[in-house]
Design a binder for this molecule. Structure first.
Ligand code: C5P
Length: 218
């Protein structure tokens, strides 16, 4: 029954880390593998959706012909692509681990070691999720992720409201086998009507749980 339940829908997905350049050979990044976002893109495409996958630098490849991949590197590039695409989408799923800070200036040459401390001043990046939440129309849906280290559910629920997500997927860091670089994940979904915990599963099964939830409100 759910085979083609997303037919005619256009889903925007952000995935992977961002790289923030320090100089021509160095960057600030994070451990996101992109696996969860790519699993979501495959799940949406298999269920009939057209997918635009805005991807930071990852070692993954897309298989399905209905996935259009846009490669970006920095938070700023991901932001520009996301605000351009979202108005044409029925829903957005914001799975990327976007850098919160980026170097204020990028050195044009490789920075040399000169014995002294190196100070790299960082400025905040744009919050892509919050920006899409602001331009979201009543006919559109928006799904976000959260990774918290304490008072997880309180922070996730606050984040959902602040960024105008229809629901938020909370990743657990406290469970073995969940989160960055793993093939499995353990999530809790929070929406305005409450909290649903899920067991530890392969990221592909987690993706289909998330898409079931999205499909029901699309
Ligand atoms: O505020 P926090 O980074 O914890 O929020 C996580 C959610 O917001 C995720 O869905 C993430 O993809 C998104 N996000 C974003 N742009 C940022 C930071 C986070 O889209 N600059």
């Amino acid at each position: 029954a759910r085979a083609e339940d997303l037919k005619g829908k256009h889903i925007l997905i952000t995935a992977g880390p961002t790289y923030e350049k320090i100089d021509p050979v160095r960057f600030i990044g994070n451990y996101s593998s992109g696996k969860m976002g790519y699993a979501l893109a495959e799940a949406c495409a298999r269920r009939g959706a057209d997918v635009t996958l805005i991807s930071g630098p990852v070692a993954l490849q897309v298989q399905h012909p209905a996935i259009r991949r846009i490669d970006v590197e920095s938070a700023e590039q991901m932001y520009q692509a996301a605000i351009r695409i979202y108005p044409q989408a029925n829903a957005g799923i914001l799975c990327a681990a976007v850098a919160d800070f980026t170097p204020e200036t990028v050195a044009s040459n490789k920075i040399k070691r000169e014995g002294e401390d190196l100070i790299v001043r960082l400025k905040p990046t744009q919050d892509i999720a919050a920006a899409l939440g602001k331009i979201k129309r009543p006919d559109q849906r928006l799904v976000g992720f959260a990774l918290e280290t304490y008072d997880e559910q309180i922070h996730a629920q606050e984040k959902r409201k602040r960024k105008n997500f229809d629901f938020i997927v909370l990743n657990s860091l406290n469970d073995a086998g969940a989160g960055f670089r793993c093939d499995t994940n353990k999530i809790t979904i929070l929406d305005e009507s409450g909290i649903t915990p899920y067991p530890l599963k392969d990221k592909h099964e987690v993706a289909s749980d998330i898409i079931d939830k999205l499909s029901a409100i699309l």
